[in-house]
Design a protein around this ligand. Structure first.
Ligand code: TMP
Length: 214
């Protein structure tokens, strides 16, 4: 099974991936927790380029192609081998992030993104995508707290520095995708405490697992 987590900045994906992996492992599943960008050695270099706020002049097309380059390597090195070995793959972001961030929010052509996805994904699609949804103001406040608490590391804040309108387009983009493909997406209320979002996530995953077993 392939599960992806999506959401705006500060939606709590990293915590929720960890909590879900704990539940799945306790049920006896072998799991791989992964993320985009940066799950491979090549991807880590790409992540650094993408998130460095010194690169404020990066073209939208450059940004789009770098995310896709990271993804091609990620699928080949991590996701496909894990799925072939029967493991559950839980990814902190996947291709929907590109559709929403580079497409809906940045304005890259959605048809172009779709065509690139046909090449890069060659049919690979998450079985379940969990969108952690909350107001952008709340998410950004949490994201900035996290960035400030990590003094010493290179700041990964190029996207957090985008205007509120950008993040609102990201949020609305995810909600649009969820409306268009209700079988794959579940929207989780992430505005409250992590435990209550976790409960809803486990319910959605067990429901999907039950349906797959039929
Ligand atoms: P993260 O904060 O979830 O680690 O993601 C890094 C940033 O990259 C985040 O601001 C969202 C952005 N992003 C895109 O713009 N497009 C993509 O395809 C992916 C995977 C992430």
């Amino acid at each position: 099974m392939f599960i992806s987590f999506e959401g705006i900045e500060g939606s709590g994906k990293t915590t929720q991936v960890e909590l879900l992996i704990g539940v799945l492992q306790a049920k006896g599943h072998e799991c791989v927790a992964t993320r985009e960008p940066g799950a491979t050695e090549i991807g880590l270099g790409i992540r650094e380029i993408l998130l460095d706020s010194a690169h404020s002049n990066m073209l939208p097309l450059t940004e789009l192609l770098l995310y896709e380059a990271d993804r091609a390597q990620h699928i080949h090195d991590v996701i496909k081998p894990a799925l072939a070995a029967g493991k559950v793959v839980v990814s902190d972001r996947f291709s929907d992030a590109t559709t929403v961030y580079q497409g809906y929010a940045r304005g890259c052509d959605l048809g172009l993104i779709e065509r690139i996805h046909q090449i890069v994904l060659s049919g690979l699609r998450p079985d379940l995508t969990l969108i952690l949804d909350l107001p952008v103001e709340t998410g950004l406040e949490r994201a900035w707290q996290r960035i400030h608490s990590r003094s010493g590391d290179l700041p990964e804040d190029r996207f957090e520095k985008e205007a509120l309108g950008f993040h609102e387009r990201v949020r609305q983009g995810y909600l649009t995708l969820a409306r268009n493909e209700p079988d794959r997406f579940r929207v989780i209320d992430a505005s409250g405490n992590p435990q209550s979002a976790h409960k809803d996530i486990v319910k959605a995953v067990l429901h999907r697992e039950g349906n797959e077993g039929r």
